[in-house]
Design a binder for this molecule. Structure first.
Ligand SMILES: Nc1ncnc2c1ncn2[C@@H]1O[C@H](COP(=O)(O)OP(=O)(O)OP(=O)(O)O)[C@@H](O)[C@H]1O
Length: 472
């Protein structure tokens, strides 16, 4: 771990509202130790992303932005807040987006306006009328387990129980002996039994390959149950999953020689249980017809059923209600206005938080502006995935703006005119868009998007560089 982290320059923390001061202080201390530097976080840049009006740290810990006398206040001392103002998730349903903005900050003592009540009422649905093929969001694990079990039995008559294989170490011989039946699971342990069938919705519960996107919280469906028979006993050997995110599991699929499907295959993991001496072998999966609000924070869904019945903390209803892209896709059961409320401590803390503007912040890669690099000639390559859409991001990107030559590819530009909208102050633009690159290949020139264009920009103030605009 020390070797892996020794070259880190930027740490990005997502869902920072859930990070406790203790965890934050630990990460700070670990980086100071690894980098051998007493500066905060060992001198690296830290970008923390999230919304303090969403879920708090689990347990009694207070969120980072809430001041506590006895705790070191890293947050206030070292962090400034930049507010993102454009809503992307509900961009096609602005009435819903604005309603969610009001829900986000609504205090327990406040009531909704009549028009907000009407909007919310349009999403309230009787349980019996809710769709069965969408994700259900509950406050508690108990409700989630109950819904999962009920749904698998209703939808899949042919399910098989995959029991955990539990082993106990014999204290005399030291040998592992298989137990006749799995022991009862505790919270966080590999599950006792998976009710599996082809088509059942599941969620991965361990980080199997972070780079490949197969992590705790990856969703998919069981598409294949692979069994093996040994000494007359048949057991499930592997489970083939069709992941919701087609980009996840690409590495595993490429490595599966001769595989003719688009599935990724999960095998049993082995972990010690909290019960002394017991080791469990089980697939790191759980049914996922339903999830808790904690699990769905960060998700975007087309449709969901949200139960407000056992909401037990501020921000919880807001997180659950704000996952769908439109009000039409949201179904609320057990509606109660008093379950929807924000944290008054957060509201107060937000008033005192130090703010900054995007253009005013330090470059995250601090070393690029250190003195010995100032005289260097800096060439930066950046894949824009559409220059028109991202030109404003580039304009206020501190690292990109340090470049003497900025090579922007995948500009998705067509036509041959440099429009004012892509001009960058202090730079000259040399443009080769797709159709100019493929003059001799009309079929390729006609295609949309993709590569084929380089946009080369040179700061006017720098020594002259012979412009190279050839496309690759
Ligand atoms: N620039 C963009 N253009 C188009 N869609 C975007 C853009 N940015 C984000 N989205 C989409 O908006 C949705 C929400 O994005 P994202 O999850 O990054 O937001 P978030 O601020 O982390 O939300 P939350 O904290 O509520 O989970 C996603 O479906 C994402 O694909």
């Amino acid at each position: 771990m020390r070797a892996t982290l020794s070259n880190v320059e930027i740490l990005i923390i997502d869902e920072v509202s859930m990070v406790s001061k203790r965890l934050f202080a630990y990460v700070n201390w670990r980086f100071q130790q690894i980098k051998g530097n007493k500066k905060p976080f060992g001198g690296i840049s830290v970008l923390a992303v999230g919304d303090f009006y969403q879920l708090r740290p689990v347990g009694k810990a207070k969120p980072l932005c809430v001041y506590e006398e006895d705790e070191e206040d890293f947050w206030k001392e070292h962090f400034k807040m930049i507010t993102l103002t454009e809503i992307m998730r509900q961009k096609e349903d602005l009435a819903f987006a604005h309603l969610l903005n009001r829900i986000r900050v609504k205090q327990k003592t406040e009531s909704f306006s009549e028009s907000d009540k009407t909007l919310l009422a349009s999403a309230v649905t009787e349980s019996k009328d809710c769709p069965t093929d969408v994700i259900y969001i509950f406050a508690t694990n108990k409700e989630v387990d109950c819904h999962n079990s009920k749904t698998v039995r209703a939808l899949h008559k042919d399910f098989v129980n995959i029991d955990a294989e539990d082993y106990l170490q014999d204290s005399r011989t030291g040998k592992m002996k298989k137990l006749g039946a799995p022991t009862k699971s505790k919270k966080g342990e590999l599950v006792q039994t998976i009710e599996a069938a082809e088509g059942v919705r599941v969620m991965v519960t361990r980080n199997i390959d972070v780079e490949d996107g197969i992590v705790n919280g990856t969703f998919g469906k069981i598409a294949k149950i692979v069994t093996e028979t040994k000494a007359g006993e048949t057991r499930v050997q592997k489970l083939g999953l069709q992941l919701d995110n087609p980009k996840a599991g690409q590495k595993q699929r490429q490595n599966q020689q001769g595989a003719s499907d688009s599935l990724i295959y999960i095998e049993r993991l082995e972990e010690s249980l909290s019960k002394k001496g017991v080791v469990r072998r089980q697939f790191p999966l759980k049914l996922a017809f339903a999830c808790t609000s904690h699990k769905v924070q960060g998700m975007t869904l087309q449709s969901a059923v949200v139960s407000l019945k056992r909401i037990f903390e501020p921000g919880m209803a807001y997180v659950a209600l704000s996952r769908t892209t439109s009000l039409g896709g949201l179904h609320i059961t057990d509606f109660a206005e008093n379950k929807i409320y924000a944290d008054s401590e957060i509201a107060a803390a937000m008033q005192t938080i130090t703010t900054a503007s995007l253009s005013g912040v330090m470059p995250l890669l601090k070393h690029v502006c250190e003195t010995d690099l100032v005289e260097m000639f800096k060439i930066v390559h950046h894949n824009t995935e559409g220059l028109i859409t991202h030109i404003n991001d580039i304009k206020c990107h501190p690292e990109l703006r340090l470049a003497d030559v900025l090579c922007l590819t995948e500009t998705h530009l067509s036509g041959s005119i440099v429009t004012d909208s892509i001009a960058l102050e202090g730079y000259r633009v040399f443009l080769r868009n797709r159709h100019l690159c493929y003059m001799r290949f009309p079929e390729l020139a006609k295609k949309e998007g993709g590569g084929g264009c380089n946009l080369l920009q040179i700061p006017c103030s720098r020594r002259s560089v012979s412009a190279y605009t050839k496309c690759h």
